[in-house]
Design a protein around this ligand. Structure first.
Ligand code: 8YV
Length: 326
């Protein structure tokens, strides 16, 4: 008998067809956003689940779903998983690293440029019919080329952004990370390790690419924003909650920093109302990995993890491989 799986959100039809070759599939092509209780109900009798970043897998859910063996996230970030609880319950967790690195780095860079060069603000101005003449300082922003790029979190995506900055835009690249990169990687990225304080004080453009954890909550709040240059920009493509959105909105209003670009929000898809009233912030709806080829590659890898584990006994990109070897 084929194993049973749940695909928790809508997915590419060809990925569904692939999964149906190996599993009894319960799909959600209507893309209903289930409550935790509904998710538990849908998961009854399922050995695997294809998740996106928004289904919380925690001890309570695991206790209520004793047949579950694997949760395959279609995301590189996995803060929706309580990994310790999953490991304790003997449930394998997988994510989708690598396939989205360059696409996400492209978007991070796009957001740096849109923020520095005030693209959203000026487009709103034009669409509102307010463009009546040229003026020497109209939407004058800050330079990206030749400036100092600060990167907080230097994993795969941080490194890909560093390479773009150092080699494409002649930037001085500084970074802060839990651990220092090896010398060869530092040199390939053209990046220098600095303290968090130096990163805040020296960056012309600061981008956040660190994973979310409870310790990372409000890594950037009022105190950190106050240490940045008044001309600096801040971009967050990591996770909501890493930035204190209310403090950021206040800093943008007061001119503590010049501008911000945000792809992720605490409590998304809800956005802090203060951010919606501030002109000098570019807001995008969590789309950093959103190109069709990359989203397809992410879905394929999540499917391959389910097939690899439930059919062939080996997942491609496990997060807690000790579950299998234990
Ligand atoms: C996902 C992301 O699209 O991979 C991640 O961690 O943030 C995005 O690429 C999102 O999490 C939905 O799965």
């Amino acid at each position: 008998m084929k194993p049973s799986i749940l695909v928790a959100r809508a997915v590419f039809p060809q990925i569904l067809t692939l999964l149906e070759q190996h599993f009894e599939v319960t799909a959600n092509q209507d893309d209903t956003v289930w409550t935790p209780a509904e998710l538990i109900q849908q998961l009854q009798g399922k050995q695997g689940v294809f998740t996106t970043g928004s289904q919380r897998i925690d001890a309570q859910l695991l206790a209520a779903c004793p047949d579950l063996k694997i949760c395959a996230n279609m995301a590189v970030g996995y803060n929706n998983f309580d990994l310790n609880a999953m490991t304790a319950a003997g449930v394998l967790a997988t994510n989708t690293p690598d396939v989205l690195t360059e696409t996400t780095a492209d978007f991070g860079f796009a957001l740096i440029m849109a923020t520095a060069r005030r693209m959203a603000e000026s487009e709103r101005f034009l669409r509102a019919g307010l463009w009546t003449s040229w003026r020497y300082d109209m939407f004058a922003g800050s330079d990206v080329y030749g400036s100092t790029l600060g990167i907080l979190g230097m994993g795969r995506i941080g490194q890909a952004i560093a390479r773009r900055g150092a080699h494409g835009f002649g930037m001085k690249v500084i970074y802060h990370n839990r651990s220092r990169l090896d010398a060869a990687t530092e040199s390939a990225c053209g990046a220098t390790l600095v303290s968090k304080q130096e990163l805040l004080a020296q960056s012309d453009h600061l981008i956040l690419v660190l994973p979310y954890s409870p310790e990372a909550h409000h890594t950037i709040g009022a105190a950190e924003l106050a240490q940045m240059k008044p001309t600096a920009t801040l971009v967050n493509i990591a996770r909501g909650g890493i930035v204190d959105d209310a403090a950021l909105a206040a800093a943008l209003k007061q001119g503590t920093i010049a501008a911000a670009g945000l792809d992720v929000f605490d409590g998304e898809p809800n956005v802090h109302p203060d951010l919606l009233t501030v002109p000098n912030v570019v807001l995008t709806p969590h789309i950093a990995s959103a190109t069709m080829p990359t989203r397809l590659a992410m879905a394929q890898l999540a499917a391959d993890n389910l097939i690899g584990f439930l059919v062939n006994g080996k997942a491609m990109t496990p997060l807690n491989p000790q579950v299998v070897t234990a």
